[in-house]
Design a protein. Structure first.
Length: 166
């Protein structure tokens, strides 16, 4: 079994540097820090503007490394979709509006990290985050949209996303 060390970081997508926290953690292990940083930046460039979990696994004998990128937080994905910097300071104030399709798309991205049994449940979890961030969906309060999801009004659309048609 290889002699490995796993390090976990949360970095800004595409903006990792050799400074803290990455450089000081990798330096003593004898790994080329800039190779690791460049690999992280290449793998996370699509998540620019978002905080992304990254795991670096280093073989201490060969100094080879592997980088895996996690999924950004639900809030980060929603804010990127909305093109907003941050959520509302008071959730009763709206910072913007998303379509149900945008919410379902984010639910599908986040499914592997969620406890939801299906895309319908995952969509409702994402709607809950919309509520706390002050994001309207279909120009409605997310609680109203959750009721609509429960009533089955978006079942056809959710089924299309589950089947990978959208």
């Amino acid at each position: 079994m290889p002699n490995e060390k796993t390090l976990k970081f949360i970095i800004d997508g595409g903006k990792a540097t050799g400074g803290p926290p990455i450089g000081p953690a990798l330096g003593p292990l004898g790994v080329n820090v800039m190779d690791v940083v460049n690999t992280i930046n290449s793998l996370t460039k699509d998540f620019a503007g978002m905080r992304v979990p990254v795991e670096v696994i280093i073989n201490l004998d060969t100094k080879e490394f592997k980088v895996t990128v996690g999924i950004p937080t639900t809030a980060a994905l929603l804010l990127k979709e909305l093109k907003a910097e941050k959520g509302a300071e008071n959730p009763s104030k709206s910072i913007g509006n998303l379509s149900i399709e945008q919410v379902i798309k984010i639910a599908k991205i986040k499914m592997p990290d969620m406890l939801a049994k299906n895309l319908k449940s995952a969509t409702k979890e994402i709607l809950g985050t919309c509520l706390s961030l002050g994001i309207k969906v279909e120009n409605r309060d997310p609680r109203e949209v959750i009721r609509m999801v429960n009533e089955g009004r978006f079942d056809d659309l959710i089924s299309k996303y589950e089947a990978g048609e959208s």
